[in-house]
Write a protein of this length. Structure first.
Length: 222
């Protein structure tokens, strides 16, 4: 075995450990998230952006209505971002630090292979099943998607207010809107994959193994 193969085996072993940690604390709701929630986030964000763009094009910058609506939307986006931060802090205090990202230890091509797996474009070997399932559980949460959408709305509303800095805000909005594409696709694919594989993952496998072991002990005593 070459040094590269040894290093790859070590990376996948660490990813497996992280996957087991993720699946050990994964609630049933984490495996049964609906794609409808993603549609609401994307559709709502797109609708707000469209309204702000139309407002910026149709109403003069000095109009009070444009300023009030744009600032109101910006404050709403800020509240959403702060809410996400507070929820994460509360969850961390109650349950401890969240498990580390499963694929973070892997190389780029290996992370891409895991993404392709829960996108349904690559076969999942038995020894990689937990890693793919745990990566899907983490991607299905949609936290990154909500963050990017709220940030994009914030920058669009800031640009709609007008002023000398609106080109910078507009550029930041474009960057964030483009950044939504990858987490949106990953969140949808991960939720779909988990729906199609409801019994996949280490947590359920461990439960099944414990059940089988208990049954075997009962039979032996009989």
């Amino acid at each position: 075995m070459t040094d590269e193969e040894t290093a790859a085996g070590h990376r996948w072993a660490l990813a497996q450990e992280r996957a087991e940690a993720v699946l050990a604390v994964a609630a049933p709701a984490d495996r049964q998230r609906s794609a409808g929630g993603v549609a609401w986030v994307l559709g709502g964000s797109a609708g707000i952006v469209a309204v702000l763009v139309a407002l910026a094009l149709a109403v003069p910058p000095e109009a009070p209505a444009r300023t009030v609506v744009s600032i109101g939307v910006a404050l709403g986006a800020l509240v959403l971002l702060l809410t996400q931060i507070i929820r994460a802090a509360v969850a961390r205090r109650r349950a401890g630090p969240a498990p580390a990202p499963v694929v973070a230890i892997l190389q780029t091509r290996e992370r891409h292979a895991v993404r392709q797996a829960f996108h349904g474009r690559r076969f999942v070997p038995d020894d990689r099943h937990d890693v793919v399932t745990a990566a899907a559980v983490q991607a299905a949460s949609g936290t990154e998607l909500v963050w990017f959408c709220a940030t994009a709305v914030l920058w669009v509303s800031s640009a709609a207010v007008g002023g000398t800095l609106w080109p910078m805000y507009a550029a930041l909005a474009v960057v964030n809107i483009a950044a939504v594409v990858v987490p949106a696709r990953d969140t949808l694919a991960a939720r779909r994959w988990l729906t199609q594989h409801p019994l996949a993952g280490g947590a359920l496998d461990v439960t099944a193994a414990e059940t089988c072991g208990t049954a075997q002990e009962t039979d032996a005593r009989s």
